[in-house]
Design a binder for this molecule. Structure first.
Ligand code: H79
Length: 455
């Protein structure tokens, strides 16, 4: 049903022109950033906010219909006494990740940074009084990790985010702003609604701050446009002021990449394409009907357990072996992996996450060359595994632990050499009509990485 809906919806969307940053021509600096982004291959996502204190994911305000005034009171108890930006960034760096993307403000509306646009932020509304993003920015710049900001388009706590979207309807906003009555909840009036105008200005102010006060920012990662998919004009770029937002961002930092997790084909002005919980080509949850961009760098975001924000009962962590394979599979599609962690309310990263970061880092220390700076493999996924490549060098990652030989359906058979990647030990191969068969050495590794190159 969801699939059908999304299909119909995609067809509908394709029929209307989307004005975002029309006639957008990325600058040289932006193109360079795209290249660096695509080469980086691995980043860490962080979902952290007031919701972390309730230990039931970042959607709890919506799921439990928490009144927005009551929810705001959580800020008065926000005191993550063990938060240490240096340690976070160090752990991230040791995982081999090249960038960090953190929720500057999620759907609940709380800002993890000092902002003049609202006092509902980690400095002005909490006893902690610290600018989380500033501390992370300082460490990221120091330790050489690029910094990306997640930014929610929708807001469950602001009265000027009105008419409300399809989510956060039970948070108690009555359609009254500054004493004046607002349109009906299902109204499609956006720009002509002065409260909504106020909301759009609020976002511009925050985006300006994010791109001015924290040094070089690698990307702004938008989420939430889908909140208005039931409303007339709800998904139009104009409704979200995307043209202005995108050009504002590119004006302030031409090298800053824009991604938008709207699950649709990219709007003009976007620099990367995002896939939520799917490797490009998959569509496990119905979020990824969009065509894979042939131009923009791709990024898959994925959870380490089943949650984005901290969920105290969620112990369903994917194994390190699974996550390493997932990173390889994402690279084999030419995409990046943005792997999520939900820090605890005390500011620590869960041990389960830390030990996985460590394992991935250990693998990347040995095999990083077969991932960083590579593009999609020479052959599509095979029964034995997947491949990445760098120029004439092909890296085959074999997940089939039983295989004694593998068939690689490559047309080009002028093979220069074939070897185990790490040991350099030569492997025998036979040319066949439609490709080559490579004879493998036995090994206990769950992933065997071999390399073959062309003359
Ligand atoms: O930040 C994390 C999540 O909180 C956020 N994106 C990741 C990175 C996220 N928001 N929504 N989802 C994930 C999936 C939920 C989709 C739904 Fe809907 C929203 C189901 C019903 C409302 C979108 C709109 C799909 C159908 C309608």
């Amino acid at each position: 049903m969801m699939k059908l809906f999304l299909l119909l919806f995609a067809a509908f969307m394709a029929a209307i022109p989307l004005k975002a940053q029309e006639n957008y021509q990325p600058t040289q600096e932006n193109l360079q950033s795209r290249k660096e982004f695509a080469d980086a291959k691995f980043g860490i996502f962080i979902h952290w906010g007031l919701y972390s204190m309730l230990g039931d994911g970042e959607w709890i305000m919506h799921n439990e219909n928490i009144n927005y005034k009551e929810y705001e009171r959580l800020a008065g108890a926000f005191y993550p006494s063990k938060f240490n930006a240096k340690e976070w960034v160090k752990a991230i760096k040791e995982s081999g990740a090249k960038y960090l993307c953190i929720t500057s403000r999620h759907h609940d509306g709380f800002s993890l940074f000092k902002t003049e646009a609202t006092t509902y932020n980690s400095v002005d509304a909490t006893p902690f009084k610290r600018d989380i993003l500033a501390e992370l920015a300082q460490e990221c710049h120091k330790q050489g990790i690029r910094l990306h900001f997640y930014y929610s388009h929708l807001d469950w706590g602001r009265e000027d985010y009105y008419p409300v979207g399809r989510t956060g309807r039970g948070t108690g906003r009555k359609g009254v702003f500054d004493g004046k009555k607002l349109p009906a909840i299902d109204s499609a009036i956006f720009q002509t609604n002065w409260a909504y105008e106020n909301y759009l200005k609020f976002m511009d102010t925050q985006l300006t701050e994010l791109l001015t006060n924290y040094g070089k920012i690698g990307a702004i990662w938008f989420d939430g446009v889908w909140d208005r998919d039931h409303q007339e004009n709800g998904l139009k770029a104009e409704t979200w002021n995307l043209a202005n937002q995108y050009s504002l961002i590119h004006k302030l930092q031409p090298g800053c990449l824009i991604g938008n997790n709207h699950h649709m084909d990219p709007y003009p002005g976007e620099d990367i394409q995002i896939f939520e919980r799917d490797i490009p080509g998959q569509n496990l949850y119905g979020y990824s009907e969009q065509a894979i961009s042939q131009i923009l760098p791709l990024e898959t975001c994925q959870t380490m357990n089943r949650s984005w924000g901290y969920r105290i009962t969620d112990t369903t962590y994917k194994s390190a072996d699974f996550l390493i394979k997932y990173l390889i599979q994402t690279s084999a599609k030419g995409a990046n992996l943005l792997l999520n962690i939900g820090p605890r309310p005390d500011g620590t990263l869960p041990e389960e996450a830390l030990c996985r970061l460590k394992s991935i880092g250990e693998w990347l220390k040995q095999y990083g060359e077969t991932i960083y700076g590579t593009t999609a493999g020479i052959v599509a996924e095979q029964p034995w595994g997947v491949s990445t490549k760098k120029g004439k060098r092909n890296f085959l990652h074999i997940f089939d632990t039983e295989a004694t030989e593998i068939f690689v359906p490559v047309k080009e058979t002028k093979i220069y050499e074939c070897k185990e990647y790490l040991s350099g030990s030569k492997l025998k191969f036979k040319k066949e009509k439609d490709g080559i068969t490579i004879l493998l050495h036995p090994s206990d590794n769950s992933i065997r990485t071999i390399e073959f190159s062309y003359k």
